[in-house]
Design a protein around this ligand. Sequence first.
Ligand code: PXL
Length: 274
Amino acid sequence: MVKIATIAGSDASGGAGLEADLKTFEEYGLYGMAAVTLVATMDPEKNWAHGVFPVEEKTLKAQLETIFKGVGVVAAKSGMLGTFYAVELTRDYITAHQVKNYVLDPVMVCKGNDEALNPELNAAVAEKLLPLALVATPNLFEAGQLSGIKDITTIEQMKEAARIIFDKGAAHVFIKGGAKLPDAAKTLKALDLLYDGKTFDVLESPLVKTNWTHGAGCTTSAAIAAGLARGLSVSNAVVLAKKFISLSLAGSFALNQWVGPGNPSGWRKETLFT
Ligand code: PXL
């Protein structure tokens, strides 16, 4: 089995975070491991308000020892880190174990979360982790924060942001525009951008109409890492990840009145249980 790890938060509702990552790894036929950075919870009595409970530094470090020293991986991704020590430990382990296939998902806030942004933490992610990333996968909001172009609404601005984030050290920048760009609504295409320092590749796929997109960003970056683990080039891993997330969103569903995830097994035409 090819081994892969995620360093990410646990989403107790199961649609995002390391749960989304592990489900995705499974679909790619990989052996997935997870180092939990924090536990995110949602309060049904308070309109699904998020709570965030960081895991202690020594507990996180012990998990990273288990995974990177004790087992070893072909690829890794990181998601919501939540603390400065999680950023530093991620840097230390990705560096010490020379993980080349490292996908950095610079998660800043969860969907629907009104938690205050932490600019210092985001700056630490940019400074310490972007230079290690084979692929960084910001969404439009995160690309805006990382590049300083605060409100990205056009492909041209996406390109400019990608160039700035590339200059901060990521070897490839994949900006997940998805359905968010005004052009996406007009053209009925999910629009994403891949930049390798030379070429801008605007990737289009048919827009999947759904409100249930919880975990879509996590799933996409996990799928890219999984494709890399399976030996694909960055460009092929990104193209396959787009296909994977489209099929996942085509099978999306409501968990309750507030939230709904995609279905990472949506690509399977047949199930075991007919
Ligand atoms: O979708 C971003 C995200 C990432 N990681 C965790 C989350 C969320 C959103 O809810 O809970 C753990």
